[in-house]
Design a protein around this ligand. Structure first.
Ligand SMILES: *Cc1c(COP(=O)(O)O)cnc(C)c1O
Length: 349
């Protein structure tokens, strides 16, 4: 076996969803965000496991993802599209009963012209300035939109992973100002917002990263386990260099393991000379640059040559690895490549 094994623990995923559902509070529904192929872990397997666990509302970024998800989930679950109704989407949205979150007056007009009478939601901008209608736009179309009966009105927090950030409360107040008194289910919070407390929960929460074991959900159970096989080990003398650019030089004699996996597999180059792999809980430093298909690791302190080294799992979370690479857990997960042997455990419900 020359490629890494990526094991995805669907029981851990379900446990994370249940924990975030509990944190969302009673009377609040908990959806599931499965965009970007379920944060890189496989939207089909992830969504099936969550549907079995009781999730009824799923969120994707674009209509094409929704179409693939509909095939997996059947007719019953609701599938919302954050990107809204884009030109050319009408057939897909209508035929597959996908719910576009309309982000602008343009999208609203497009939707009402092409798919009058079909489901839609409204996304409002409360300060992130990324997607959604601004207060003035919303004021202009709210009456027409509400008469047509949206399924959901939502907004998104920019700083929810920083609980003390003043913008959280500002966006909360703006969301109240824009939606109080309307008779439509409301949603403001993703993973971070759930953890901010019940003021932020409204009728429905939309966790993503926390389901997959990432921060800011500190109590998450790890979902992704990635193990990389050792192809070769070699001894190096003091002064010998390892890898491209000779970016690491041995200060003393040692042993280097070369493992299968590199930046083409999403193990991004920035973790060269800083990250770690693990053997039975013992950290082993990445030495030299990360290559396209290979990583070199200092195993001088191990008593036996390992067959494989772990890079994600109980010893190292996606956020630990992200720290070493100067990025976020979201990017580590969604970068995981197509060459791994993917193994799904649990999730049978
Ligand atoms: C990605 C996304 C989510 C999920 O966010 P997490 O931080 O992964 O929980 C929720 N809502 C919107 C609009 C998103 O784009």
């Amino acid at each position: 076996m020359a490629t890494g094994s990526l094991t995805i623990d669907l029981d851990a995923l379900v446990r994370n969803w249940q924990a975030l559902d509990k944190a969302s509070g009673s009377g609040v529904e908990t959806g599931a965000v499965v965009k970007a192929d379920g944060y890189g872990l496989g939207a089909a397997q992830v969504a099936r496991a969550l549907a079995r666990a009781g999730a009824r509302r799923f969120f994707v970024a674009v209509a094409e993802e929704g179409a693939a998800l509909r095939e997996v989930l059947g007719r019953a679950p609701e599938i919302y599209v954050f990107g809204g109704h884009m030109p050319g989407d009408a057939d897909m949205l209508g035929d597959l009963d996908l719910i576009p979150m309309l982000n602008s007056v343009d999208q609203l007009t497009r939707h009402f012209e092409a798919l009058a009478g079909t489901s839609f939601g409204i996304q409002l901008d409360t300060g992130m300035n990324r997607l959604g209608m601004e207060p003035g736009e919303w004021a202009a179309v709210a009456e027409v939109a509400l008469t047509a009966g949206p399924k959901l009105v939502m907004s998104h927090l920019a700083c929810a992973d920083t609980p003390d950030h003043a913008q959280n409360r500002q966006q909360l107040e703006m969301f109240h100002a824009m939606t109080d008194g309307i008779d439509v289910p409301r949603s403001l919070s993703a993973t971070g917002g759930i953890l901010l407390g019940e003021d932020y929960h409204f009728d429905l929460t939309r966790p993503g990263i926390g389901l997959y074991g990432g921060l800011p959900f500190e109590d998450a159970t790890p979902v992704a386990h990635l193990s990389l096989p050792v192809i070769q080990t070699r001894e190096v003398e003091q002064g010998e260099s390892v890898g491209y650019g000779s970016a690491w030089v041995a200060e003393e004699p040692g042993v280097i393991a070369t493992v299968s996996g590199g930046y083409a597999d999403g193990l991004i180059r920035a973790m060269g000379n800083t990250g770690h792999l693990f053997f039975d809980g013992v950290p082993c430093a990445i030495v030299g640059r990360v290559s396209m298909d290979l990583i070199t690791v200092d195993i001088s302190h191990l008593t036996a040559a390992p067959k494989a080294l772990d890079i994600l799992g109980p010893d190292q979370s996606v956020d630990d690895l992200a720290d070493a690479a100067g990025t976020v857990g979201y990017e580590i997960l969604t970068s995981l490549g197509g060459r791994y042997k993917r193994l799904y455990t649990g999730g049978a419900g």
